[in-house]
Design a protein around this ligand. Structure first.
Ligand code: SF4
Length: 67
């Protein structure tokens, strides 16, 4: 099953906690906007992405499971 991570940019405050936990997925750009390099959640990165979702103080991240 495939999954992807989504960002609610309306509530993201760009504090980079997600980047700290999953730097291969999340990165703040030079303008302090959160960029998602590749939203695909894989077996390899799922644990890190799940930690990032749980750590986001704004609940701006969620994993969407594709059918
Ligand atoms: S942890 Fe949440 S609020 Fe912080 S940059 Fe990531 S998505 Fe935005």
């Amino acid at each position: 099953m495939m999954a992807r991570v989504e960002v609610d940019y309306d509530v993201c405050e760009a504090n980079a906690l997600c980047e700290a936990l999953a730097p291969d997925v999340f990165a703040l750009d030079d303008d302090d906007n959160l960029q998602v390099e590749d939203p695909t959640v894989t077996d390899e990165n799922r644990a890190r992405v799940t930690q990032a979702v749980a750590a986001c103080p704004k609940s701006a991240l969620r994993i969407v499971e594709d059918a």
